[in-house]
Design a protein around this ligand. Sequence first.
Ligand code: NAD
Ligand code: DAU
Length: 353
Amino acid sequence: MKKILITGGAGFIGSHVVRLFVTKYPNLQVVNLDKLTYAGNLMNLIDIENRENYRFVKGDIVDASFINELFEIEQFDAVIHLAAESHVDRSIENPLDFVMTNIIGTVNLLNAAKKIWSPSLGKEIAGKRFYHVSTDEVYGSLGETGMFTEETKYDPHSPYSASKAGSDHFVRAYGDTYGLPVVISNCSNNYGPFHFPEKLIPLCINNIKNSKPLPIYGKGENVRDWLFVEDHARAIDVIFHTAKNGTTYNIGGHNEWKNIDVIRLLCTIMDRKLNKATGTSEKLITFVKDRAGHDLRYAIDSTKLQNELGWKPSLQFEEGLEKTVDWYLANEEWLERVTSGAYQDYYNKQYTQ
Ligand code: NAD
Ligand code: DAU
């Protein structure tokens, strides 16, 4: 039985990836390593936590000796690395946290993988894989036209995107220098269930529910390319299983929206779901000071992934957003607990590194 390490599996995207791998591949042993920061929550995985091929380990990827020992004991065959500090606004407040987890943490994992796989490096690396999950933000900002391809030059603007760009460079460097079997994907903005309510869409769902202002940075003209999170998890599955070592794939929804239009659509859906008069939620829209270094537009060209590996997004945005709203309205307890931190504290006490 092969053993795979998924880092950051208690977070938003990681929990969807863990769920997909645990349920789709019963013969794969999945170890979820997560520090359970404010963004990580084992409540996200309650439905699969008792599966025989699933195990949770609490730990910090910044702790090199812990990571080396874990790899030594577990002898993982593969890694899908999602653990990260992921919120741009927090990176503007505390850049060093992002350097530590996103760069140092990634290098710790690369070193540990290199150490246990080194006897076969250059000879037999079949079956081994270090898959690094990255973001389209490394490419910087687009003007009115154009799309990010895998050949677009890196041009990060926020401490978050700079730290992710740094981690991508280290992953490629370990592939080139040591022959580590690496793969990278760069994805656009995800949305869907279990999204922490500091990010635009879940923040606004939560605020509409509580009749609080919806803070729109600047004029709301910035454009993001939204992808339903389960489509990202499916793309990771396809890339993990079929991509060649050393390759990179862009993942995106071909689904560009101005922030203000996303929020107007969300308001319409919420008014309908909450039986409020049309236009009620839109009154909550409040234009606030712009984010520093705010990238104007992201748009992903995922032609390579679609043509070479046959993946494509499954959901239209309107349908995905409605599904997302339904999930948040049906999971009020989740929302309350992640915003209060109560459940996280409970699990933090249960598991020690
Ligand atoms: P998230 O913030 O929801 O989850 C991150 C997870 O990593 C949490 O469970 C957290 O506890 C864990 N973690 C953080 N620091 C850790 C550490 N030092 N050691 C161990 N675990 C730690 O993030 P997300 O939105 O699910 O993003 C997951 C990955 O996907 C990230 O690498 C991010 O850069 C990338 N990504 C995200 C998006 C998006 O739209 N959210 C898009 C493209 C790429
Ligand atoms: O593009 C992929 C990236 O998408 C991921 O790598 C990041 O981890 C993820 O957080 C996301 O980054 P963004 O900065 O695009 O996501 P966020 O939800 O923070 O913001 C989306 C847009 O909405 C962005 O233009 C900023 C704006 N915004 C955000 C917040 C939180 C607002 O106008 N108001 C807000 O309160």
